[in-house]
Design a protein around this ligand. Structure first.
Ligand code: F6R
Length: 242
């Protein structure tokens, strides 16, 4: 694993955006695996800026997102599809029909998951997967458990994740309790993985996930086994790294 420590969130976002830009420039028809959450927002802003300057062209790029809440429609402003459109896709020249997010409205779990597995297969693999990491070590919505789940699956979100997400909903009851997520195998098959972490409140999990044992109890720890993972964090997130 490679670690890049930056001064602050702004610089972390710029370094990560530079790596994604390099990917898009080197392979204009690349497949980007994307994440939602607060950490990647600065990256998307930076990429939009470079697109507006004429430095980036997303017209041949395909994207596959990690996850989506089960039962939320794409026009629900809390859905991850809505988030991606609002914060990234609506501002660049990507074809929306080449941007994939699990279908939250498909309530048949088996079908929703096998449909998404087929999509991941049909794009012939992810060139670069962007990841944030949850306080409990989740990646996508692969929550701590007894085993690594391989492919797209429906998860009961951990209590801590529901609590963390509650800030985005007007009442706790509205916070979805289940989600569809890409599995660990699909994530690990990405050619390159970019993990972004920011803030003191990620310091413990950074140390545990990337310097502790590889265990499904800390899903992000599996990334230690990936041949090309780069973790970019600001100095607060890296404060416990020796
Ligand atoms: C979102 C996702 C999650 C987040 C994680 C960190 O698509 O996959 O695993 O990356 O919960 O979220 P933030 O960045 O808000 O700390």
């Amino acid at each position: 694993m490679k670690f890049i420590c930056t001064e602050d969130y702004y610089h972390m976002s710029r370094v990560a955006a530079n790596i994604i830009s390099a990917q898009v420039i080197m392979k204009p028809s690349c497949v980007l695996g994307l994440a939602t959450g607060s950490t990647p927002l600065g990256i998307y802003k930076q990429l939009i800026r470079w697109y507006e300057k004429g430095d980036l062209d997303f017209s041949n790029v395909t994207t596959v997102n990690l996850d989506e809440y089960k039962s939320l429609s794409p026009d629900n402003d809390q859905s991850y599809r809505f988030f991606m459109n609002e914060n990234f896709f609506n501002h660049i020249n990507i074809s929306k029909n080449k941007t994939y997010v699990p279908n939250g409205l498909e309530l048949n779990e088996k079908k929703a998951c096998s449909d998404y597995n087929s999509i991941i297969q049909s794009v012939h693999g992810i060139d670069l997967q962007l990841l944030g990491i949850g306080h409990n070590g989740h990646i996508g919505f692969n929550e701590p458990g007894g085993a690594f789940e391989k492919e797209t699956h429906c998860v009961d979100l951990a209590e801590s994740t529901i609590q963390a997400n509650a800030r985005f909903f007007s009442s706790f009851d509205e916070v979805p309790k289940q989600a569809y997520t890409m599995g660990i195998k699909s994530i690990m098959q990405a050619k390159k993985i970019l993990v972004v972490v920011s803030g003191e409140n990620k310091a413990d999990i950074v140390e545990e996930a990337f310097f502790g044992p590889v265990t499904p109890k800390v899903p992000a720890s599996i990334l230690q086994l990936h041949p090309d993972t780069t973790v970019i964090g600001d100095k607060d997130a890296f404060m416990k790294v020796r």
